[in-house]
Design a protein around this ligand. Structure first.
Ligand SMILES: [Zn+2]
Length: 215
């Protein structure tokens, strides 16, 4: 072919097993002698195979966009049960709460109060002055106000796991050290973006750890 460095695209929506098939097929053609770049693919589970197939680089924006687009895996973690789900406490003066207020289906003063109480309860839980069951109750009061017509149901089991495990308290990344419990709030572009930087930091650590294991 005459090329010694090739980019492979179109793999973003593929499952790990499918990407592995593609890499195996490419390896048969190149005998591992052509360097490969994977477009948009970061899969720690495939690092070994990627190395064996001649992948020397990849890029991906998913650690950042998952922080605010993914409904469940939006706070990366090495926990054996997988990534965590951030806690949604939407701003009462924006988005869905505001639409409900304008439609006459939600009292604005009640929403503002429920929002404030949810935030206070989360911070009190973080400070160990409120228990988990009490926090869950307060979160549900605000969530119930936002109605049952939403496309995605609130994943309470996943949120409870996040709160019980407190991953923000043990994460050594600069974002979690600075933001504390705020990083786990799914709320506002700024927090969501910074949770994306936690995800990016975590992805980098995973890669470094893998490299260290090779040495
Ligand atoms: Zn972190």
């Amino acid at each position: 072919m005459g090329y010694d460095y090739i980019a492979l695209g179109g793999l973003v929506p593929r499952r790990n097993e499918e990407i592995a098939e593609v890499l195996d097929a490419v390896r048969e053609e190149t005998a591992g002698e052509v360097r490969l770049h994977l477009l948009g693919v970061v899969r720690p589970g495939l690092y070994d195979l990627m190395r064996d197939c001649g992948v020397v680089s990849f890029d991906s924006s998913s650690p950042v966009w998952q922080a605010f687009k993914d409904a469940s895996d939006n706070y990366y973690s090495a926990d054996e049960d997988g990534h965590y789900t951030a806690v949604r406490i939407p701003q009462a003066n924006l988005g869905l709460p505001m639409r409900l207020v304008k439609a006459g289906k939600l009292d604005q003063a009640n929403a503002v109060q429920a929002e404030r109480e949810a935030l206070e309860a989360l911070r009190a839980y973080d400070a160990n002055t409120l228990g988990l069951p009490a926090l869950m109750d307060v979160l549900r009061v605000y969530d119930d106000m936002l109605g049952t017509q939403r496309k995605t149901r609130t994943p309470w089991d996943r949120i409870q796991r996040t709160l019980a495990d407190r991953p923000w308290a043990s994460c050594p990344c600069p974002v979690c050290r600075e933001l504390g419990v705020e990083v786990i709030l799914f709320r506002g572009a700024n927090r969501n973006r910074r949770r994306g930087f936690h995800n990016l930091w975590w992805t980098q650590r995973q890669l470094e750890q893998w490299r260290g294991d090779q040495a």
